[in-house]
Design a protein around this ligand. Structure first.
Ligand SMILES: C[S@@+](CC[C@H](N)C(=O)[O-])C[C@H]1O[C@@H](n2cnc3c(N)ncnc32)[C@H](O)[C@@H]1O
Length: 142
């Protein structure tokens, strides 16, 4: 298992956790996930939590994720977005501001749109807080 983050502090924190818990099968690497990430072999599954929307280019992040996966490999994403529909959309200016400062969200990020370009069977399987928090799953085409 390989964990990827660009921030040296986040990488150090993750390595500390791996060591504390004694996870012998986990490596943590510092890398820009919008550029090709070298993995020893193609990956069966990938999970991105609050990550793609924090990157400057969600399309690149999605494409590099797809590159790393084997054909048919699965991806699970937990991320945030403005209120997608319904009356609570009126709150979106504040929601956007909150995500920008609390989760470092790139205001232009369209995570689901980016994933739809590279993956198949994209489904939002869970939402919370009027749809602003979502879990999506998809597969790399076989
Ligand atoms: C809101 S934090 C979430 C961290 C962690 N995934 C979690 O769920 O706790 C967003 C993370 O995305 C990382 N990040 C932003 N741009 C990145 C990039 N281009 N490549 C890799 N990581 C990136 C940041 O360093 C930051 O740690």
């Amino acid at each position: 298992m390989v964990g990827v983050d660009y921030s040296p502090k986040m990488v150090a924190k993750a390595r500390e956790r791996v060591e504390d818990r004694g996870w012998a099968n986990v490596d943590v690497v510092r890398a820009d996930a919008t550029r090709p990430v070298v993995t020893p072999e193609s990956v069966d599954a990938a999970v991105a939590t609050l990550a793609i929307s924090a990157m400057p280019d969600a399309r690149e992040a999605s494409a590099r994720l797809a590159d790393a996966l084997r054909p048919g490999g699965r991806v699970g994403v937990y991320d945030v977005r403005p209120v997608p529909n319904g009356p609570w959309r009126v709150c979106n200016p504040v929601v956007r501001l909150g995500f920008r400062y609390l989760a470092n969200r790139n205001p232009g990020a369209d995570v689901l749109g980016a994933l739809a370009g590279d993956f198949t069977g994209l489904a939002v399987v869970e939402t919370h807080l009027t749809g602003t928090n979502f879990v999506a799953t998809a597969r790399k085409p076989a």
